[in-house]
Every structure is written in structure tokens, then in C-alpha cells.
Design a protein around this ligand. Structure first.
Ligand code: NAD
Length: 296
């Protein structure tokens, strides 16, 4: 009988949805017996994980990106790998947009000040999104969904994408240097690859407009945390919202005592709707896998 190992937090309906295929467990001790493993971003499918899972035939990452899976080693062991790339688009775009509204409206500062007995009516001035420029780095599914939302708020859209020349929703610029100096907001949506590791660093931050807002719902390693913290302290950045970290959960990040930040524990994909969509995609992938085995 097939054993499906659920390593991370999915919708609570997932085990009953999948029990038609065999036994479903979240017991880590059963990893060596598992034929299919379901992970999100918490569990890293390393060489060590794969070596322990002697019967593993398929890994499904509930989410976008495969950077948490040692793909080469998995394929060497004939393990099929999938993600659920389309499912998370709206969830992440809405979080990036929520950050974009929360930062210039001082939502978290206002809330905190009231609880601290302060009345900062004069101090907490706000700015509007309307008429501002948003620079999107990585104009894929999430970047495009964010652009559509930003257009409805009458923002001007620029996007950096080295390979794409046209978008219905943003003016594409092939060089980063042509996006950063004009953007009041910069939102990161590139995958983590060698050319995007540390993309936001001292050098690229120098190109930002003074007082610009940076939003990162992409990957933690795409920014150099110390350089972003320094830019916040010097006022080069007006604010920063972050969902993703070098190490999760983060320890002693320089961002903890930087001003004007909103920090989140990688919740971009965690909407109820998305977790249900991810479950549906997983069900389809396992169904296809079972049909494939039966065909021989
Ligand atoms: P996508 O593949 O549709 O879009 C990524 C875009 O970046 C593509 O258009 C791609 O061509 C472009 N790109 C690739 N390499 C680039 C480079 N070197 N420079 C500039 N652009 C480059 O992916 P998506 O669904 O939009 O997701 C984007 C990223 O969001 C994911 O890779 C993942 O890291 C992150 N993400 C985060 C969460 C979260 O919970 N915060 C959830 C899902 C995805």
C-alpha cells in the first residue's frame, strides 16, 4: 500500500482527500517507508532527507520554486519532483499589496502607538499610492498579479525583466539601473538563482530613490539583510516589508532593530484558499502518478 508522508503544514482537509491512494501520515519516523513526500518551505529535501527516504518515488513541494529541494540528487535517485507553482499567485500578490498599503499608511506604527498610550495624530502623516511608481523585479505570475492590482490604484508600473520585452501591465526595462532610480516602491518577485542572490545590496540600494519603500515576498537570500538595515537607518529606504528570510525562523537579523519595517514569518502562500488550491493540485499530481504506474 502506498504511503504518503506529509512533512509540513497543509490544509487540514489534505489527509482525508488523499487517503483514497493509501496510508497518509505526518509521522517523521515513517519517512523511510514513504513513496510520496509532501513538503512546503519548512522541510528541506536535502541529500540526507533523500537518503533516509529509501522508497521515495515522488516529492511535491506545495508552493513555488524548487530551491528547497536538491533536484539533481533527487533525479539521480529517479525521484520525480513537482511544485504547485500556479496556486500561490493571488495569495502572494495580495500580501505584497497589503505591505504596500501598510507601509506608507503607518498602520503598524499607529496600532502600536495607541496601545502605548500615545496620540500621534500629527506625527503619523501618510502618503498615497496613487500617482507613485512601482518597480517590479521579476515580472512572472506574482509580479503580474501585483501589477494588475497596482494599476487599479493608479500607480505607474515599471518592471525589470532581462528576457521579456512587453507586458500589458508594466513598462518593461531590461536593466535594473533603469527601474530603481524611478521607483517609489520596489517589489521583489524573482526566483532565487545565482544571478538574483544578494540582488538588493549596498550597490543596488545606492540606485534607489531616497525614501523609497522595498517589499520582499520573493526569497530571503535575494537581499543582503545588513545592507537593507543600513539603508533603513540612513533614511535611504523609507520602509521595508519582509516575508522571507535567509534562515527561517530568523535569528539575530540586523533587520530586527532597523526602523520602519514590517516583518512576517513567510506567510505569503498561507491563505485558506491557497492551501485548498494546493491540495487540489497535489491530488491531481498523485492521480496522474498512480495512473502512470498502472500503465506500467
Ligand atoms: P514566476 O516564475 O512566474 O516568475 C518569476 C519571474 O522572474 C519570471 O518571469 C522569470 O523570468 C523572472 N526571472 C527569472 N530569473 C530572473 C533574473 N535573473 N532576473 C530577473 N528576472 C528573472 O514565479 P512566481 O510564481 O511569480 O514566483 C516568484 C517568486 O516568488 C518565487 O520564485 C518564489 O521565490 C517567491 N514566492 C514566495 C512566496 C511566499 O510565501 N512569500 C510564495 C510563492 C512564491
Amino acid at each position: 500500500m502506498m504511503l504518503i508522508f506529509i512533512a509540513d503544514a497543509f490544509d487540514s482537509s489534505l489527509p482525508s482527500l488523499l487517503k483514497k491512494y493509501g496510508e497518509v501520515t505526518d509521522d517523521k519516523n515513517k519517512l523511510p517507508e514513504a513513496e510520496i513526500a509532501l513538503v512546503r518551505s519548512k522541510t528541506k529535501v536535502t541529500r540526507d532527507f533523500i537518503d533516509k527516504a529509501e522508497k521515495l518515488k515522488m516529492v511535491i513541494r506545495g508552493g513555488v520554486g524548487m530551491d528547497t529541494i536538491d533536484i539533481d540528487y533527487a533525479h539521480q535517485k529517479n525521484i520525480i519532483t513537482h511544485n504547485t507553482a500556479d496556486a500561490s499567485t493571488v495569495a502572494v500578490a495580495e500580501l505584497a499589496f497589503a505591505f504596500m498599503i501598510a507601509l506608507p499608511n503607518n498602520i503598524t506604527k499607529a496600532d502600536r502607538s495607541i496601545r502605548e498610550g500615545k496620540w500621534l495624530k500629527t506625527e503619523l502623516t501618510r502618503t498615497e499610492l496613487g500617482g507613485k511608481t512601482l518597480g517590479i523585479l521579476g515580472m512572472g505570475r506574482i509580479g503580474t498579479a501585483l501589477a494588475i492590482r497596482a494599476r487599479a490604484f493608479r500607480m505607474k508600473l515599471l518592471a525589470w525583466h532581462p528576457d521579456v520585452r512587453f507586458s500589458d501591465f508594466a513598462e518593461i526595462r531590461t536593466h535594473l539601473e533603469d527601474v530603481l532610480p524611478e521607483s517609489d516602491y520596489v517589489s521583489l518577485h524573482t526566483p532565487l538563482v545565482e544571478s538574483t542572490r544578494g540582488l538588493i545590496n549596498k550597490k543596488t540600494l545606492a540606485l534607489f530613490k531616497t525614501g523609497a519603500y522595498l517589499i520582499n515576498t520573493g526569497r530571503g537570500e535575494c537581499i543582503v539583510e545588513q545592507d537593507v538595515a543600513d539603508a533603513l537607518k540612513s533614511g535611504k529606504l523609507g520602509g521595508f516589508a519582509n516575508d522571507v528570510w535567509h534562515k527561517e525562523p530568523p535569528e539575530n537579523s540586523p533587520l530586527f532593530d532597523a526602523p520602519n519595517t514590517i516583518l512576517a514569518p513567510h506567510i505569503g502562500a498561507s491563505t485558506k484558499e491557497n492551501l485548498l488550491r494546493i491540495g487540489t493540485v497535489i491530488d491531481r499530481l498523485i492521480d496522474e502518478y498512480v495512473a502512470h504506474i498502472r500503465k506500467g
